[in-house]
Design a protein around this ligand. Sequence first.
Ligand code: BEZ
Ligand code: FE
Length: 283
Amino acid sequence: MSYFTEENSEEAVSARMGENVSPRLRQIMDALIHHLHAFVKEVELTEAEWEVAIDFLTKTGQICSDTRQEFILLSDVLGVSMLVDAVNHRAPDGATETTVFGPFHVEGAPERQMGDNICLDGKGEICLFQGRVVDLEGNPIDNALISVWSDNYEGFYDVQQPDIQPPFNNRGIFRTGPDGRYAFRGIKPVAYPIPDDGPVGKMLATLGRHPWRPAHTHFMVTADGYSRVITHIFVEGDRYLTSDAVFGVKKSLIIPFEKVDRANEAWQADFDFVLCRQKQNKG
Ligand code: BEZ
Ligand code: FE
């Protein structure tokens, strides 16, 4: 057994793991140690730079609370969230593509009747969202649950403004019938910046990056026997589609929002969710 050197650093650390470490954890830790050490060697990290990194990670942890998750934001802006999503959801052609979950989903949103309006404060441009939940062959899926959540007309989620917005504003769950159809009213979403008043926002500014996400509505679609789909639909023409701060945009998820002139809605967005059976997922 030799002492730690620059040359043997990876082996020196990996070799300390005990015999009872599970093979998967060993694989992950070996790879993590390998890439971390290679990174330090490649850039020849200075002590001052390492201190900056430690300070950044400390501040990232310190700003976290029940309602603020700065580490998820960090993962999002570094493209790690989208990469983990890609590796785990290699769905067949034709299946609805997945994208980043984001920090603003909340449990317990009410189940609503088809056609209901999820915009509880009456602010924003009302949009009819409609379509079907189908399988890869186009057959309707009965009893699928569609959970939707969206920012408000000013770009804030209800949980970001508990004193301003009613609870579950712009949120709801809808259950399909045998025809697989869904329809509800909400608002045409608007672009918004991810929370950028913390260390991640400061990092983006230092790197010359903006914090904006293109306008989108979030969906989580589940049905017995099918892989869960967590996704968004994006508003065609949004200026941030090609520079989303969290890399969440996929071409298949960009749809036209049609201007309509009806008594109870100003916009219409049509989108079908295509689910694959659990065994059809490649990932
Ligand atoms: C969101 O779309 O809600 C979101 C995603 C990633 C970071 C921040 C917000
Ligand atoms: Fe969002």
